[in-house]
Design a protein around this ligand. Structure first.
Ligand code: ATP
Length: 592
């Protein structure tokens, strides 16, 4: 019951006009049979008197019914779409509202997000909006039953249970058959996906080449048929069962109608009621029957249930309000002194940081180096407050960053896997906080100015081939866009700039130019730079080496080289390989 009320409550997202219009149409549709019964009664009873009134009544009822029928689907679609829009926005806000990313990364959270926001692909898939509209229609069915019952009771109140009870029993039985059918279908959905997959493989040109060359067509069709039969055999078997059961179940409302028709006919013959009343009652009994056999809402309600449940479970993740951005023009505070104190952190089943002690001093450029998988990116995500340490603390000017409101707006990051928005260059950099005065400067600093001059629409060129007049950029140019985005945030108040492999896709010259400019463009900002190219990090004020979950070396390039530790070994090895023309990344095997 609660789930059903919740569904009706979703109409608050459809807007009052649409909700009122749809409710009116559903109610008109529901009372049309009773209205026709009354109009027919009036017509028959007119008998010689002017039939103008009854004819007008009949015309009005029929017309209203037809109009309601014509508008019900588009208005219902509009309501469902608005509800779905609000529902999906709410889910996105819920997930976005969690300041750390560990919750969003959880498999159970991902599964629920997928369930609750998926577009319907198969006949069993339904959205929240579909469920809400079906629930309203169910209310309409109840109104239809009540209004027809009123007409039936004019003959005898016994006619109401005699017709309505078998009709409700039929609806319940047939509804259960549909729910069972639905569940059988859903149980085999894994095989459904598989045979869909085999079907796609069989018909795509790329796969077609391989299948022909390797003569694997028969093998693939075998899989296709086997998986399809595994899924559809139980469904077809249940189809047959439903059809067999439907005949038996239909006997119930038919028996109710037959009793009503016979009773009324015999009564009229015996002079118990007028012909006019008989016609009205027979029409109402037919209406009860027709309401009983409309069970299409059952699938919508059942299909929307997992969507609603997943949404309710996501509601429990308890989001915080999305933190405000730092604003341009506000006197930006100087960069803080950041201290990692004995920080430990694990992903599920894997400890990555094991007692990190580290200082990021105000305004310094700090290079963080280490082998692949050492935990460098993880450390910067902890700094950005995207994860919380399992133990230990990260302090900014003595306060735990978890207790600093809007901490994330004080940072700017170029992530290794930065996003490429299919939007204009302007939006890709400003992310909606447009300030033309800042844009030109960061584009120049990121080395993007020549690219912008070649774009057909300048800053407003969509960076996606799928958009009208859109263009795509090269990997290196996209990286410059990500850098410009990060620099833009620093101009708006961020005071720590994290660069995680910011030049991995840049050519040597562009990279060299960028690092030459970096000290000037990041003045009064702390910079944390992660790079595998040790030739580029050597210019940093300080270099720290992360190994075995701890900071094991710290100093300037010269100090670390003189120390002869792991950094010195890595540097020497990389310099040698570079001079021989090899790629300059190192992994554990190189140091053995
Ligand atoms: N979201 C995650 N869930 C589970 N494990 C993760 C996740 N992100 C990273 N890891 C694991 O944590 C370890 C450290 O990863 P991280 O990306 O921090 O290393 P890194 O030093 O930045 O590596 P690279 O130099 O290759 O970029 C790796 O073993 C990685 O597989």
């Amino acid at each position: 019951m609660r789930e059903r009320l919740d569904l009706l409550g979703l109409f608050r997202h459809a807007g009052p006009a649409v909700t009122i219009a749809l409710t009116a149409m559903v109610l008109i549709d529901a009372v049309v049979p009773a209205g026709i019964a009354i109009a027919v009664q009036e017509l028959v009873a007119a008998d010689g008197r002017s039939a103008l009134g009854p004819v007008l009544l009949m015309s009005g009822v029929v017309l209203a019914g037809q109009l309601a029928l014509a508008f019900r689907f588009p208005v219902g679609r509009l309501a469902a779409d608005r509800i779905d829009g609000a529902h999906r926005t709410r889910i996105a806000a819920l997930v976005m509202g969690v300041p750390t990313v560990d919750v969003a990364e959880r498999q159970d959270v991902q599964d629920r997000v997928k369930t609750t926001t998926a577009e319907p692909r198969d006949w069993v898939d339904r959205t929240s909006g579909d469920g809400a509209v079906s629930q309203l229609e169910l209310v309409g069915h109840a109104v239809a039953l009540v209004s027809s019952s009123v007409v039936l009771s004019w003959w005898s109140w016994w006619l109401v249970p005699a017709t309505v009870i078998p009709a409700v029993c039929f609806r319940t039985m047939h509804g259960r058959q549909w729910v069972r059918h639905f569940r059988i279908w859903v149980e085999g959905v894994l095989y459904h996906r598989r045979w869909k997959y085999w079907g796609e493989v069989a018909t795509t040109p790329a796969a077609g080449r391989e299948l022909r060359v390797f003569g694997a067509g028969e093998w693939l069709l075998g899989h296709y048929t086997r998986d399809m039969r595994t899924h559809v055999d139980p469904v077809w078997e249940d189809d047959r069962r439903v059809l067999r059961g439907l005949w038996l179940a239909l006997l119930l409302p038919l028996a109710g109608c037959t009793v009503a028709f016979t009773w009324v006919a015999l009564g009229t013959a015996a002079g118990q009621g007028t012909i006019a009343l008989e016609v009205a009652v027979v029409t109402a009994a037919w209406s009860v029957f027709s309401v009983a056999i409309r069970t299409d809402d059952v699938i919508s309600l059942e299909g929307a249930r997992p969507v609603r449940r997943a949404a309710a479970e996501l509601e429990r993740i308890n989001p915080a309000p999305i933190p405000p951005r730092a604003h341009a023009g506000t006197a930006a505070a100087p960069p803080p002194l950041v201290r990692f104190e004995n920080v430990c952190f694990s992903y599920p089943g894997r400890q990555v940081l094991n007692g990190v002690d580290l200082e990021i001093r105000p305004g310094e450029s700090l290079a963080l180096v280490g082998l692949n998988g050492a935990g460098k990116s993880t450390l910067t995500k902890l700094l950005a407050g995207l994860y919380r340490p399992d133990s230990g603390r990260i302090l900014a000017d003595g306060t735990d960053i978890a207790d600093i409101p809007g901490w994330q707006s004080r940072l700017s990051v170029v992530f290794q896997d930065f996003l490429k928005y299919p939007l204009s260059l302007r939006d890709n950099i400003a992310l909606g906080a447009d300030d033309p005065g800042l844009l030109t400067g960061v584009v120049r600093d990121a080395g993007l100015a020549p690219v912008v001059s070649r774009l057909p629409g300048g800053y407003d060129t969509p960076l996606s081939r799928s958009r009208t007049a859109g263009v795509d950029l090269s990997g290196g140019q996209w990286q410059q866009v990500a850098l410009a985005r990060a620099l833009y945030a620093t101009r708006r108040g961020a005071r720590i700039l994290v660069l995680d492999e910011p030049t991995a896709h840049l050519d040597v010259r562009t990279e060299h130019d960028l690092f030459q400019r970096l000290p000037d463009i990041t003045e009064e900002i702390s910079v944390v730079l992660i790079s595998h190219r040790l030739s580029t990090v050597r210019q940093a004020d300080r270099i720290v080496l992360l190994d075995g979950g701890r900071i094991t070396e710290s100093g300037t390039h010269e100090e670390l080289m003189a120390g002869g530790g792991q950094y010195a070994t890595m540097y020497a090895l990389q310099a040698r390989r570079f001079s021989q023309g090899y790629e300059d990344r190192l992994d554990e095997g190189d140091l053995a």
